[in-house]
Every structure is written in structure tokens, then in C-alpha cells.
Design a binder for this molecule. Structure first.
Ligand code: AMP
Length: 300
């Protein structure tokens, strides 16, 4: 089955106590599509970069079988995000430069409008809505967002939430979005907008998938050393959506497995800066960690 991903394509400058990278490949669509490519053979991305975007980044996406024909190269500079971490659970944004994203008007090629699975990665909710409105109804529409848009584009974000099936969000963001401090109350409020599933990410404590009458608690995979958490949420969503698209049969069991596959793909990503690790893994490594996590969490 086919999976279309839209989101930011970025050059990130990130600093934490383990080091610093400047203008390194990042962005929600990049992390999510790389993660999804390990599960789904038919992944496409839509987004925009500037003329300064290094060609080898596009080559990398293509080498993973990702269809980049929906990638626009516009006059101007690529989107840039600058952030730092004082503790590895919380990214502090120092600067967001929308650059070519400020005037981006996504045009979905005809062959993409039929994709069965759609992931609206973190970007301006108005762009997410614009992409969604150009699609023939996908089977599953999922979206991600962040504090920058919850504060800056709240009305558009609430409009988007009425149009999607699955929301990926972290616990601080869902509190900010709903004004509820207890996350199950917050989830209930969002479910009432018509969503089928909300996945609340809780950093090093794992994630909770919450549906109307069902729940799944996922732990994290305990890696030896976290180097840089940038992109963890996007890799989680990409792994989740890639797995769902590969199964094309959505029930409680596949949703649980998708949540664990999301957890595992993000566990690799946080072991290095930028896409250094996530670009070089394989399905055998992913399944090894999946089986270890299964052993650690089963009980009778
Ligand atoms: P994550 O760590 O999964 O939440 O996502 C990190 C990625 O989000 C980085 O690679 C950034 O380029 C990207 N990013 C940061 N701020 C924004 C924003 N306002 N809109 C879209 N993408 C962003």
C-alpha cells in the first residue's frame, strides 16, 4: 500500500552536551519517510527546499526508495530549525526560519492523490489542510504537530483535527492544546473532535495509544546512550505509519505492533545526531529490538 508524507524538510543546527551539528539534514518529513521506508516499499514525500539544499540529501532519500518527485526546489533558503537540549527530554527552540515554507503552496501530483495512507507531519496546519483537501479520501489520515503551531495557528489546527483519524502529540502539547492537565481528560477532549486514535508520547517513559474504548501502553526501548533526541517523534510516527501501510488491515493487534515499531525506529534515531543512524539501519536490526522489547514486557 502507498504512504504519502508531507512535512518539513530542514537543515537543523542542534546543540547538546554531546556535541553540535550545523545545517544537518532534518525535518519532520525526512525523519518520518526514512523510518517508514523500512516497512513500506511505496513511500512518497511532498515538501519544499531552497536552492541551498545539498543534492546528496535528495540522493539519500531516493536511495531508500522514497519517491521525491513531489519535492519542490524553490528560489530562496531551505527551512531551518535551531535548537538545544539542556536535558534530553525537552527541545528548546532557539530559532525557526520558515524561509521557502513561508510561501509554499503544496500541489499534490495526480498519482499521489490516490495514496491510501497519509501522514501530515509537523508543519503549518494550513499546509496540512491544503494537502488533505487535494486527496481522494485516504484510508487513514494521521497528523503530528507541536507547540509552535498550537500557539501560532490554533484555529487552523483545530479545524485540521476534525478531518483526521490519528493524532501524534506529546504530553505537554496535548495539555497546551486542551487546557487539561490529566492526559486522559485531554485525550477524551480530542477524541470528541472525531478522531479514532491519539498517541501521546511521553519521552523516556514511552507512549500511550488511546482510542474510544481501548488503550495500549508502550514502554521505550532502553538504548545504551541517547545522543540526540531530535526527530524521535517523527521517526515514531513514520515507523508507525509505515507498518500500518504495510499491513493494510487495521485492528487492535496491528495498532499495538505499529506502536512498538514506532518506538523501535525512534530508539535507533536517538543514538546519533541528524539522520546518521536512522539512514543506516535494516529490518533485521529493527526486528531484533522488537523481540527484545516483547520479552521485557510480557507477563502472565
Ligand atoms: P521531533 O524531534 O520529532 O519533534 O522533530 C524534530 C524536527 O522538527 C527537526 O528536524 C526540525 O527541523 C523540525 N521542526 C522544528 N520546528 C518545526 C516547525 N515549527 N515546523 C515544522 N518542523 C519543525
Amino acid at each position: 500500500m502507498s504512504l504519502l508524507i508531507i512535512g518539513s524538510i530542514a537543515l537543523d543546527t542542534v546543540q547538546n552536551r554531546f556535541g553540535k551539528v550545523k545545517d544537518a539534514l532534518g525535518g519532520s518529513a525526512v525523519y518520518a519517510s526514512l523510518a517508514a521506508s523500512y516497512f513500506c516499499k511505496n513511500v512518497s514525500i511532498v515538501g519544499v527546499v531552497g536552492t541551498d539544499f545539498p543534492k546528496e540529501n535528495i540522493k539519500l532519500l531516493k536511495s531508500k526508495g522514497i519517491d521525491t518527485s513531489g519535492l519542490e526546489i524553490a528560489d530562496g533558503k531551505t527551512f531551518r530549525w535551531k535548537g538545544k537540549y539542556e536535558n534530553l527530554n525537552e527541545a528548546i527552540t532557539l530559532k525557526t526560519s520558515l524561509n521557502v515554507f513561508a510561501n509554499f503552496s503544496p500541489k499534490i501530483p495526480d498519482n499521489f492523490s490516490l495514496c491510501e495512507y497519509l501522514f501530515l507531519g509537523n508543519i503549518d496546519p494550513e499546509l496540512q489542510i491544503s494537502v488533505l483537501s487535494q486527496m481522494k479520501r485516504p484510508k487513514i489520515i494521521a497528523a503530528d504537530t507541536m507547540n509552535f503551531w498550537i500557539e501560532g495557528k490554533n484555529k487552523s489546527l483545530k479545524k485540521l483535527l476534525k478531518m483526521i483519524d490519528i493524532l501524534f502529540i506529546n504530553e505537554e502539547e496535548i495539555r497546551m492544546l486542551t487546557g487539561e492537565s490529566y492526559i486522559f481528560d485531554a485525550a477524551e477532549k480530542v477524541l470528541q473532535m472525531g478522531l479514532k486514535l491519539i498517541i501521546i508520547k511521553q519521552g523516556e517513559y514511552g507512549s500511550i495509544a488511546i482510542a474510544k474504548n481501548n488503550l495500549f501502553f508502550a514502554p521505550i526501548f532502553p538504548v545504551q546512550k541517547v545522543i540526540d533526541p531530535t526527530g524521535a517523534g517523527d521517526c515514531f510516527a513514520g515507523g508507525f505509519m509505515g507498518y500500518i501501510a504495510s499491513q493494510n488491515n487495521i485492528n487492535y493487534e496491528t495498532l499495538k505492533r505499529a506502536t512498538i515499531y514506532g518506538t523501535i525506529t525512534s530508539s535507533f534515531n536517538i543514538e546519533g545526531f541528524s539522520v546518521e543512524i536512522i539512514k543506516n539501519i535494516n529490518r533485521v536490526q529493527i526486528d531484533n529490538r522488537y523481540n527484545i522489547l516483547k520479552k521485557y514486557t510480557q507477563f502472565s
